[in-house]
Write a new protein. Structure first.
Length: 384
């Protein structure tokens, strides 16, 4: 296995050879599930590299990107943090960063105050900008600019058109390299009803109102990160092919939506709208999953639906564009029992699927570790 050692950001981005991408889903405090998978990945790669505790995931991956909670994790990994440290930060963040309003909000007011979250983030990321050489590999953060209805991908590739834009073409723009990671993470995690939007100065006399990247099609950012890495406009231009490009995508746990038809039809319009939005997020995730499995060689395929199956017998074009891995866990009572040997009531599973339950973070970590032990194999990780 070829493990990069002591490479800079630009080495990762521009050095010839095969490339690896790590994509991290949004999911609130369920991000601890993704960290359980990353803990297993880090352990296996560290053993294979022979570097032991000195190994970091930023040594292995050339671009690490995330949405919402995935943006928090991606930033820490790109800075060279070990997964164990990020798990400790997450447990702390869950208890200190998710403090509710005195008058429980969510409709008229955000459910949580921003200040405690910012306090924790600034202790680890204060003063670090997107262009900082403290970032040891490529980093991408996905947010939704609500005032224009457009998803934004903030990345640290100096060849990108907005990293340090030509002053003749964009005289008033703030270069992306100057944005602070804390502000970008706040933008990417500003889930409507949970946290207030993040307003960022994007140019002289110009502001953008940003909300959680999960309100775009990219709560699962794997497909957009593949585009970022291969479409010429972003400045990466990486080659495709099984031996040239690997994409590892990590989820935060999921549960298929299921309601009684008559009861659902009788719900107020506002609640129906919320359910429709949640189902749309799920649809986007499964479309991403289907497209990537169709495009790739995928040793970890997921069944898309009863008609498509897992697409393991289907291939777009003459050959796979990439080697693709997807790690996640289905948070249903039946799946947890049959796949992991964990017995939970339906009510307990419903609580696990909420994105803002600090009291369940340790339980989610335990479930994530069981799922990772079962599904992450070193042979799959080392193809590229």
């Amino acid at each position: 296995m070829n493990i990069h050692i002591n490479l800079s950001r630009d080495d990762h981005l521009f050095q010839p050879g095969s490339k690896r991408i790590l994509a991290l889903d949004g999911g609130g405090l369920r991000g601890i599930v993704a960290l359980a998978f990353l803990e297993r990945i880090e352990h296996l790669l560290a053993e294979s590299s022979g570097r032991g505790e000195a190994f970091r995931l930023c040594d292995h991956y050339d671009l690490i990107g995330g949405t919402s909670t995935g943006a928090v994790i991606a930033s820490g990994l790109a800075l060279g943090m070990p997964v164990a440290q990020l798990i400790d930060i997450y447990i702390r963040l869950s208890h200190e960063g998710f403090q509710g309003m005195r008058w429980h909000g969510g409709v008229w007011l955000p459910k949580f105050r921003t200040a405690p979250l910012l306090k924790v983030l600034r202790q680890y990321l204060a003063g670090v900008t997107l262009g900082s050489d403290q970032l040891r590999t490529g980093l991408a953060i996905i947010a939704k600019r609500l005032d224009t209805g457009s998803p934004w991908v903030f990345h640290n590739n100096p060849h990108g058109p907005y990293f340090d834009p030509d002053r003749a073409l964009h005289p008033n723009a703030v270069p992306n390299k100057d944005f602070e990671l804390v502000d970008l993470i706040r933008a990417s995690t500003a889930a409507p009803t949970f946290f207030e939007p993040e307003v960022i100065d994007i140019g002289q006399g110009m502001k953008g109102t940003f909300v959680d990247g999960g309100t775009s099609p990219y709560n699962n950012p794997a497909l957009i990160l593949l585009l970022v890495a291969t479409v010429q406009g972003y400045g990466f231009g990486w080659p495709v092919g099984v031996g040239r490009l690997q994409l590892t995508s990590v989820g935060t746990g999921h549960k298929p939506l299921s309601f009684e038809a008559e009861k659902l039809a009788q719900q107020p319009g506002a609640l129906l709208g919320v359910q429709a939005l949640l189902s749309l997020m799920g649809d986007c995730n499964w479309l991403t999953q289907a497209l990537l499995q169709w495009l790739s060689h995928c040793p970890t395929p997921w069944p898309i639906d009863r008609e498509m199956g897992d697409l393991s017998q289907d291939q777009l074009g003459n050959g796979p564009f990439l080697h693709y891995l997807r790690y996640d866990v289905e948070l249903t009572a039946e799946s947890l029992k049959t796949q992991l040997g964990v017995t939970l009531s339906v009510a307990e599973v419903e609580r696990l699927n909420q994105m803002d339950r600090p009291d369940l973070v340790e339980r989610l970590l335990e479930i994530g570790r069981l799922a990772a032990e079962r599904s992450v194999r070193v042979g799959d990780l080392g193809v590229v």
